[in-house]
Write a protein that binds this ligand. Structure first.
Ligand SMILES: [Zn+2]
Length: 434
């Protein structure tokens, strides 16, 4: 058991670690379909966290003194609660909302409601400090998403009394039980960094984005298998599992959802249909401010693997997808780079007829990804379409570290895609879907 920040050694630390281990074992018995996820979590003892929280790399920080106030049944609830946050991608979902960081406590509670509702259905309770349920939120009901409950919490929250322009408070409100960056928001002071390395430089066993996705998919399969053959699974977990596995039969929708997230980030856009009138607007009668400036479309580059191993059939699917991306670019166009062992010159494509894919040699997508990163103005989204038989860059390109990278795997699942790139497996169209 690793420790951070002056965790008590000796009897207290040992007893807490034992109780935590007993709780995890029992949690795995009560919810075996969550076992893969439970055992991927790395517990870290620290007195810096008031209760328990989890980060984006699935490290669960616990305060040993707090754990010792709980019995094993409550520790079961802690485990299944905390692992629920990264499983359900609460960090990514809060980021996609592009909301101010000071609203994080509301999103954390909304996420807690959805996680706890399913735990209650399985007869598992959580410690009082994390016990948010939909009925605590005016207007909320079982089965709502975290985003829906978040909007209701936002509506119910007292209007912000701070004068415009004053910076938000640096501390979260009193009584807020922070579940860590895995539940949303930036890295907390007690969390480790994103390197996945410990102080000695070796792998700390934490979970990167690529492995997290594999854990989610395995867990989703386990949930559905359990529901089919072994016993009841709470409705929310079943819905979640179906959604996680759905992109495999609809990769275009998955790509579209990534593109939309990037577009929202580029525009700094929010869901304005829910926003209250701004203070400025209400203080100036008769003046109607535009709800939202016209955002610029995201700048997109597509790197296409044109090496000999990529078939015409695969390229046809890429071609169709580039066509859709070009259509959505609203006349801005898309940079297309054909890449085999070398990257071709980027071509700005405004009509799909302009797409020319030539190549036929060996494969090295590293040069294509680097060429996309070197484009100026810098692109926001790089989509690399390949059969996956290629070396990969270990780290995001330094020339454009802010871009989102998606890999379209044209020939099914493939190992080796680095964790910082988002993988989408392109499924062959079913014959009846044409
Ligand atoms: Zn929580």
């Amino acid at each position: 058991m690793r420790t951070r920040g002056g965790a008590p050694d000796g009897p207290v630390g040992e007893r807490a670690a034992l109780r935590l281990a007993a709780g995890r074992a029992r949690a795995g018995e009560l919810a075996p379909y969550l076992g893969t996820a439970l055992y991927a979590v790395k517990p870290v003892a620290t007195t810096e966290v008031p209760t328990v929280g989890i980060d984006t790399r699935w490290r669960m920080y616990y305060n040993p003194a707090f754990v010792l106030t709980l019995d094993v049944a409550q520790v079961v609830g802690v485990w299944l609660h905390e692992v629920g946050h990264p499983l359900r991608e609460h960090h990514e979902r809060f980021a996609a909302l592009a909301e101010p960081a000071e609203r994080l406590p509301l999103f954390n509670r909304a996420g807690d409601c959805t996680v706890n509702e399913d735990l209650r259905a399985a007869g598992i309770s959580v410690p009082a400090r994390k016990a948010w349920y939909p009925e605590r939120v005016p207007g909320a009901a079982a089965g709502m998403t975290a985003e829906q409950i978040y909007r209701l919490l936002l509506d119910a929250a007292a209007p912000d009394p701070r004068p415009a322009g004053q910076s938000p408070p640096q501390q979260f409100p009193a009584g807020f039980d922070d579940c860590g960056s895995g539940a949303g928001g930036p890295r907390r002071p007690w969390e480790g960094d994103d390197s996945g390395r410990d102080a000695g430089g070796s792998d700390d066993g934490s979970v990167d984005a690529g492995r997290a996705e594999l854990i989610r998919r395995q867990t989703a399969r386990d949930v559905l298998e359990h529901a089919r053959s072994r016993g009841p699974v709470p409705a929310g977990w079943r819905r979640w599992a179906e959604e996680v596995l759905a992109p495999a039969v609809d990769w275009r929708r998955e790509l579209l959802s990534v593109t939309r997230r990037v577009a929202a980030r580029v525009a700094g856009a929010r869901d304005y249909s829910y926003a209250r009138p701004s203070r400025r607007a209400s203080a100036t009668p008769g003046v109607v401010l535009p709800a939202m400036r016209q955002p610029r479309p995201p700048r997109v580059a597509v790197v296409v693997d044109t090496s000999a191993s990529v078939t015409g059939d695969m390229l046809a699917r890429v071609h169709a997808e580039i066509e859709a991306i070009v259509r959505r670019s609203r006349g801005t166009g898309v940079q297309v780079i054909a890449c085999d062992a070398a990257a071709g010159r980027a071509r700005l494509v405004q009509r799909v007829q302009d797409v020319v894919l030539v190549g036929g040699g060996g494969t090295d997508m590293r040069v294509g990804v680097a060429a996309a990163a070197a484009l100026r103005p810098a692109v926001d989204l790089v989509i690399t379409a390949t059969d996956g038989d290629t070396p990969w860059p270990a780290e995001p390109p330094r020339q454009n570290p802010g871009a989102t990278h998606v890999v379209l795997l044209l020939d099914g699942e493939r190992e080796g895609v680095p964790g910082w790139m988002r993988r989408i497996v392109v499924e062959r169209d079913a014959p009846d879907a044409r």
